[in-house]
Write a protein of this length. Structure first.
Length: 402
């Protein structure tokens, strides 16, 4: 008699965490994947212009640290970051009006990691976070993955309305408010000094953490520098300032940092130990060497001059490209321009038609924590030449009229 063995039973694996199922991927990354063909003029990315990287200077910095101290450059480092880099970052912040020591700084693997660490250190599932409207997309992802309830703060062309912020703080009892006050992503707008002071006063009066993200602030084309919210003394014990080399040196270095009050900074350090132990030592030492041997400010000034010409080219062509009744901002720096088409337009629905013209943008809808304005779109003006921008806007106009 033949005995048939029962078929093996394969029980299903446990499900993914609910937060990973509820938070989608980045629409910007999805668009870039679809439009990666070289013939597409891509206004969708948030990438700095690669031809402007100081590749020679960065290569020299790496060569120097690997030649002089390979045993250190290739070894594990402290979680807080290499002392030489933290000291250089503290000196740059102090020179810009924010007294800072190396001990105030935690080096992170890009400022995006800083956001993730802060979400881990500050947020419990169900906590409320206030954000700008519209808001940097990856911040919405970070807070969503932490299980936070994310609410938008009303504002205007100058950023959030401090009175509306205070009303929401009193009513919703949030843990933190997140802002990119200088050349904001996605709108390119800059919060004026008086409004920054008012936001700092709300945080001090009502008990609120502020995360001030500043990846674009050095890319100024015109106007005067506006002091950080973190520089306001009344809110100094509750503002976390984030910085990055991604837009001013090179994003491939994956070097960012946060400046935070001691207890919060130590909590972020513990979270970073669990995440990646430390940011790569060789990258930190190379950045510190670059700052010592080269003039980063002069390099940034050269980059900003090129970006200004590209912004001007985009501003010059928008009236012919966009439908009558469209509006847009004039950013004083940064990488992005925000436009709004007439009410009847849905930029998400229109994107496939526009991509067929071999040009791309990012629809505005994903940048909203609340009800989106579907007639909006973001254009990045830094990765194409003025001539390419002109051609891209011509294609955009054809796609919108098709």
């Amino acid at each position: 008699m033949t005995v048939t063995e029962p078929a093996p039973v394969h029980a299903p694996v446990p499900p993914l965490a609910a937060r990973t199922r509820s938070i989608g991927g980045s629409p910007v990354r999805d668009i870039l994947a679809v439009t990666a063909r070289p013939e597409v003029i891509n206004f969708a990315g948030g990438l700095p212009a690669p031809e402007l990287f100081d590749a020679e200077g960065i290569a020299a910095a790496y060569a120097a640290v690997l030649a002089e101290a390979p045993e250190r450059a290739l070894q594990y480092s402290t979680t807080e970051g290499e002392p030489a880099l933290r000291t250089a970052l503290a000196e740059r912040a102090s020179a810009r009006g924010l007294p800072t020591t190396a001990d105030d700084i935690l080096v992170t693997t890009g400022s995006q990691q800083a956001l993730s660490l802060l979400a881990t250190a500050l947020l419990e599932p169900g906590d409320t976070v206030l954000v700008e409207s519209p808001c940097y997309l990856a911040a919405l992802q970070a807070f969503g993955l932490a299980g936070a309830r994310v609410l938008p703060v009303p504002g205007d062309a100058d950023g959030v309305d401090p009175q509306a912020l205070e009303v929401l703080v009193v009513r919703e009892r949030p843990k933190l408010f997140y802002t990119v006050p200088t050349f904001q992503n996605p709108t390119g707008r800059t919060m004026p000094a008086g409004r920054r002071a008012a936001v700092a006063a709300v945080a001090a009066r009502r008990g609120l953490w502020i995360i001030e993200d500043d990846p674009y602030g050095e890319l100024r084309f015109e106007g005067g520098r506006v002091p950080w919210i973190a520089a306001h003394e009344e809110a100094g014990d509750r503002v976390v300032l984030l910085g990055s080399f991604s837009k001013v040196m090179a994003p491939g270095l994956r070097l960012g940092w946060l400046r935070a009050p001691g207890e919060l900074r130590r909590a972020c350090t513990v979270a970073k130990q669990a995440a990646d132990l430390h940011t790569p030592t060789v990258n930190q030492l190379a950045a510190a060497r670059y700052l010592a041997d080269r003039d980063l400010d002069a390099h940034v000034a050269r980059v900003a001059a090129v970006y200004r010409d590209r912004r001007d080219a985009m501003l010059a062509g928008l009236a012919d490209a966009l439908p009558e009744g469209s509006t847009w901002d004039r950013p004083e720096g940064g990488m992005f321009l925000w436009a709004r088409l007439p009410e009847s337009y849905d930029t998400t629905a229109l994107l496939p038609r526009v991509v067929r013209q071999e040009v791309a943008y990012v629809p505005g809808a994903p940048f909203y924590a609340g009800e989106p304005d579907r007639a909006t779109l973001r254009l990045c003006f830094v990765t194409q030449t003025p001539e390419e921008i002109g051609e891209g806007l011509r294609r955009l106009g054809e796609g919108l009229r098709a």
